[in-house]
Design a protein around this ligand. Structure first.
Ligand code: G4P
Length: 525
């Protein structure tokens, strides 16, 4: 019988985290190829000036800059399972958005460039995963290029991320001489054959060790010695430690040539946990077979310029979602008819008729919905709040055309609700000149572009000298307002933020006035 728990058992919901250029887009494309969704040359996930059609770069700005800002959800079949890949923005400034996406995933693939190892953005995103105890599968990519010593890369993962890397495959050769991988579990050598531009699945040959030794010579000797070393120090996979985010299975390969892709995909099916009961705000898990519930993790407006609509992306947490069902929007208690439910693949939309735990549904015109909101049927639920990142960049926004003040206000409200930036207001100044707070400055460019293009409100964003924010309370806010070097502004979720120009001033204040509430926001620095 089909039940939410049997369907959940068939699902794997995950995201990819990586430093820009490590190969996330290429990997995504190859997943679709292996899932039978994308046929060779039919359309790439990201077109980089190559004239291919882009299926996940839909924002004008993204196309101009060639980066992926917005999150996309891709669903594809593999190995008898349904895989949901939640795409995370590649740019550093969008880690706040990534954080929200990671709130909706059960695992992540960390992609490293084999010639570079761990890079700044990898570390930052990894920390978000660590924070949420998300299991991580490591893929060391671009092995078809000259790469670093694989043992050295493992040391780097262990030392810099405090994560136990456990190679499941081991590369034989690198660069031009990348011959294939040793499957440590199956005790076999898998030799790959190159195909032009990796347009089709990489043909594989399975060789026993003796045969591999006689055919691959020195490359084989070097690789098998490393594998013996790994065996002797007991580098074995441990499911529990993987699921708690302490250990990461490692795969070597090349997304471009498809070498090693199958092992990575098999791992998503065999190792990654399927959706499990999600704990509510009181840490009580909601059973998968409970009535339908979902969590909103992303709001995206104006995806389709012609319709000026607004899509709330929701992950199903329990029960069965059926299009047309009337759900309750938790925070307002209002009913919402899910007439327009979509799965969104880049620019293409498909109406979705049903969805199960782990799946993502885009609800169109869900205007009251915010990130973190619960949606349910029959049995109410409230999810723990999705925390927001510590902003480190601030601007004061004003429209340069006062006849467009109304559009400016509604645009700011919209972008705030989508979480494009955090919007803060000082009492008495309020709506004409809100403070925009961001994790990285690229967020401001998006705000400016969208206010002008979608809302017709030209803006100027004036630099401010604040560098640090703390969460405070009403009582401390009164005291802080009487002090110099501090500004207190209210965020739209009701939190009061104290903004400081100098971290030293903040330190002094904390030392002199320990009674003041000045709480850190997450993921600072
Ligand atoms: P990203 O989404 O993480 O930013 O990376 P993306 O997949 O766009 O890959 C960045 C560059 O690295 C691309 O080259 C891509 O072709 C290349 N690449 C990805 N995986 C591999 C791999 O396994 N081996 C090799 N040799 N290269 C790889 P580009 O020149 O920027 O773009 P393109 O013109 O080739 O598409």
């Amino acid at each position: 019988m089909t039940t939410p728990s049997t369907e959940a058992a068939r699902r794997r919901t995950f995201a990819i985290i990586s430093h820009p250029d490590a190969g996330k887009t290429t990997l995504t494309e190859k997943f679709l190829l292996y899932g039978g969704v994308l046929t060779a040359g039919a359309g790439a996930v990201k077109a980089k000036g190559s004239g291919r059609s882009a299926t996940s770069d839909w924002m004008e700005l993204e196309q101009q800059r060639g980066i992926s800002i917005t999150s996309t959800v891709l669903q594809f079949p593999y190995g008898g399972k349904v895989l949901n890949l939640l795409d995370t923005p590649g740019h550093r400034d969008f880690s706040e958005d990534t954080y929200r996406v990671l709130a909706a995933t059960d695992a992540a693939i960390m992609v490293l460039d084999g010639s570079k190892g761990i890079e700044a953005q990898t570390r930052k995103l990894f920390e978000v995963c660590r924070d949420r105890e998300i299991p991580i599968v490591t893929f060391i990519n671009k092995w078809d290029r000259p790469s670093r010593d694989p043992l050295e890369l493992l040391d780097e993962i262990e030392e810099q991320l405090i994560l136990d890397p456990v190679p499941m495959t081991w590369p034989v050769g690198d660069g031009e001489k990348f011959r294939g991988v040793i499957d440590r579990i199956g005790d076999q050598f898998i030799r790959f054959t190159r195909v032009a531009r990796g347009a089709t699945i990489a043909p594989e040959e399975v060789l026993e060790f003796d045969q591999a030794a006689s055919e691959e010579g020195d490359l084989w000797i070097e690789a098998s010695e490393s594998v013996e070393l790994l065996d002797s120090i007991g580098r074995e996979f441990d499911r529990k430690r993987f699921e708690s985010g302490e250990l990461s299975p490692v795969f070597f390969g090349s997304a471009l040539t498809n070498f090693g892709m199958r092992f990575l995909l098999d791992a998503m099916v065999d190792l990654v946990p399927s959706p499990s009961p999600r704990p509510d705000i009181n840490h009580e898990p909601r059973d998968l077979d409970d009535p339908f519930s979902g969590i909103v993790f992303k709001i995206q407006a104006n995806m389709d310029k012609a319709h000026r609509d607004r899509v709330a992306f929701m992950r199903v947490c329990s029960g069965k979602f059926e299009r047309g069902m009337v759900v309750t929007h938790g925070p307002t208690g209002k009913p919402f008819a899910t007439k327009y439910a979509h799965s969104v693949k880049g620019q293409e939309r498909e109406t979705i008729d049903e969805a199960w735990p782990g799946d993502v549904v885009g609800l169109v015109n869900a205007n009251d919905f915010r990130v973190g909101d619960a949606v349910w049927v029959d049995k109410p639920v409230v999810w723990p709040p999705v925390p927001s990142f510590a902003p480190a960049h601030f601007r004061i926004a004003r429209t340069t055309d006062t006849s467009r003040t109304k559009q400016f206000r509604s645009g700011i409200t919209q972008l705030d609700e989508e979480g494009v930036v955090q919007v803060l207001r000082e009492p008495g100044i309020g709506d004409q000149a809100p403070i925009l707070a961001a994790v990285g400055p690229l967020q401001f460019e998006v705000v400016q572009h969208r206010l002008e293009n979608e809302f017709g409100a030209p803006v100027e964003l004036n630099a401010c000298s604040w560098t640090t924010a703390r969460i405070t309370d009403a009582e401390s806010a009164d005291t802080l307002r009487g002090m110099s070097g501090v500004t207190v502004a209210a965020r739209s979720d009701g939190e009061l933020l104290a903004l400081f120009e100098s971290p030293y001033w903040l330190q002094r204040l904390e030392a002199d006035h320990p009674e003041l509430t000045l709480d850190k926001l997450i993921a600072e620095g």
